[in-house]
Design a protein around this ligand. Structure first.
Ligand SMILES: [Zn+2]
Length: 418
C-alpha cells in the first residue's frame, strides 16, 4: 500500500457528488492491480441484478411486496398503533440484538447533530413512510433495489449534506429516535457502527458516538462500535483507546475506505483486534449503488486472507456479501470465523443461507437509519416460521456468542424495556 493521498478540494467535491462512499481518503490512484476486478466480476453483478428481479415473488414465500414500512402491518407479527406507528406485537422470541446500526452522520464541515434530541418521525434514508401509502417495499430482492432513481439522487444529496451543510434527515437519526424504534420492534440492543472516512478534519464519528452512548441513560442498550481508517498512522493506538473505552467491534468498509481487506498492511489491524478482543465487522460485497470505481475493493475473495490468517478473530461479512452473497456464503461455509450479517438480503436468499448454514453464525442487522428496523425483522420472522430455534439464534443467540468471547455483553437484554 502506498502513502495516503489527501483529496484536493476539486477531487473532494467531485467525490461528494458520488455519495458518502466517495468520501474516503483517495487510495493509490495508480494501482489498478489486475485480477482484483475482472470482466467476469462485472458480468456477475449484472447477472445478479437480472436474476433477482426475475425471481422476485417466485420463491418459497411468494410475493413479498408491501406499501412502506407501515405496510408490514399486514404480516401477523406487526400492527399499526393508534398513532399509526408500526409495532411488533409478537412476543414469542427474545429481544433482538441488531449488530448493524448507525446514527445520523455529520462530518467534515457539516454542523454537528444533536444525537440526544428526540425529534418527530425518523426519516430513514429509504424514506418509505414519507407518503401515504408508502413506497413499494419488496422484501424478496436486495433491499437497495427499492430505491428509485429519485431516491438515489436524494441519497447522494443527503450524503453531500452530511459533509457540508448538514442533513435534515440525519438530524432525525438520533439516539432517542433509535431507541423508540427499538422499543416498537422488540430490538433489545443495537451495535452502533461509526465509519472513519480518512478526512483531514471533522472525522471523529467514533469518539462522538461513543461519547453520546456514555452520556445517555439508556446506553446499556447500545453496544459501542469503533472504526479506524486503514491508512491512518494512528490506527493501532486508536484501537487500543477505543477498546479501553468499551468498544466491542470495529467497522471496516473496504468500499468507502478504499482498501483491499487482504492488504498486508491491514493485517496489523486484525492483529490488534485479536489482542484486544474486538470483532471485525466488514462491509462485504458490492451493494451496487456505490461508485463503480470502488466495486473492486469489497469482492468476497479479497476477505479470504483475513479469514485464513486470523482464525481467532471473528469477522462479520456485512450484508452477507450484498449482491455477492453467493461468494460470501461459500466463505462462511469454509471458515468458522466468518459470520454473515444478514442485512439487505431478500427472503429467498436468506432462506437458502439458512438451509445451507443451519443458521449458525447468521446475525440480525438492519443498517438503520438506511431502513426501518422492521424491514429486516420481518424477513427473519418470515424465513424462520416454524423454526423457533433458528429464529432465536438469528435474532439474539448468535450475537451473544459473537460478543461472548470478550467481556460479558450488557445485561440489558435480560431486562428489555418494552
Ligand atoms: Zn451500514
Amino acid at each position: 500500500m502506498q502513502k495516503p493521498t489527501i483529496l484536493s478540494r476539486r477531487q473532494f467535491l467531485t467525490a461528494t457528488a458520488g455519495g458518502v462512499a466517495s468520501l474516503a481518503l483517495a487510495a493509490c490512484a495508480d494501482d489498478p492491480e489486475p485480477g482484483r476486478y475482472t470482466a467476469a466480476d462485472i458480468a456477475r453483478l449484472a447477472r445478479q441484478r437480472e436474476t433477482e428481479s426475475a425471481r422476485s415473488g417466485q420463491g418459497p414465500f411468494g410475493p413479498q411486496k408491501y406499501r412502506g414500512y407501515r405496510g408490514l402491518s399486514e404480516l401477523p407479527w406487526f400492527e399499526l398503533d393508534s398513532d399509526g406507528q408500526l409495532r411488533c406485537v409478537a412476543d414469542d422470541f427474545p429481544p433482538a440484538i441488531d449488530i448493524h446500526c448507525h446514527l445520523g452522520m455529520s462530518m467534515f464541515m457539516a454542523p454537528e447533530i444533536d444525537l440526544m434530541a428526540p425529534t418527530g418521525r425518523v426519516q430513514h434514508l429509504l424514506d418509505c413512510d414519507r407518503e401515504q401509502p408508502g413506497c413499494e417495499l419488496d422484501l424478496d430482492v436486495y433491499i437497495n433495489a427499492n430505491f428509485t432513481e429519485d431516491d438515489l439522487w436524494e441519497l447522494r444529496k443527503g450524503a453531500a449534506g452530511q459533509a457540508f451543510w448538514g442533513s435534515s434527515a440525519a438530524a432525525t437519526q438520533t439516539i432517542p429516535n433509535l431507541l423508540g424504534e427499538m422499543d416498537a420492534t422488540r430490538v433489545g440492543e443495537a451495535v452502533i457502527l461509526p465509519i472513519a472516512f480518512g478526512l483531514p478534519f471533522g472525522d471523529d464519528l467514533t469518539e462522538r458516538w461513543m461519547d453520546a452512548i456514555d452520556r445517555t441513560e439508556l446506553g446499556d442498550r447500545l453496544i459501542k462500535g469503533a472504526s479506524v481508517h486503514p491508512r491512518d498512522a494512528e490506527r493501532i493506538g486508536k484501537l487500543e483507546r477505543y477498546a479501553a473505552a468499551g468498544a466491542r467491534a470495529v467497522k471496516l468498509h473496504p468500499t468507502m475506505q478504499r482498501f483491499y481487506p487482504d492488504d498486508p498492511e491491514v493485517m496489523e489491524i486484525y492483529q490488534a483486534c485479536e489482542r484486544l478482543g474486538l470483532a471485525v465487522i466488514f462491509h462485504a460485497g458490492r451493494a451496487g449503488i456505490e461508485p463503480e470505481a470502488t466495486h473492486r475493493y469489497a469482492m468476497p475473495r479479497h476477505f479470504e486472507g483475513a479469514l485464513g490468517s486470523f482464525p481467532n478473530v471473528d469477522f462479520v461479512l456485512g450484508h452477507a456479501g450484498a449482491r455477492d452473497a453467493a461468494s460470501a456464503l461459500e466463505l462462511a461455509l469454509r471458515y468458522e470465523n466468518a459470520w454473515l450479517g444478514i442485512h439487505g438480503q431478500g427472503v429467498t436468499t436468506l432462506h437458502e443461507m439458512l438451509d445451507a448454514t443451519g443458521g449458525e453464525r447468521m446475525l440480525f442487522g438492519t443498517d438503520w437509519p438506511f431502513y426501518h428496523l422492521a424491514a429486516t425483522l420481518a424477513k427473519v420472522l418470515i424465513i424462520t416460521e416454524g423454526r423457533q430455534e433458528q429464529r432465536d439464534a438469528l435474532l439474539r443467540g448468535n450475537a451473544e456468542r459473537l460478543f461472548g468471547r470478550g467481556t460479558a455483553i450488557s445485561s440489558a437484554g435480560t431486562h428489555p424495556r418494552y
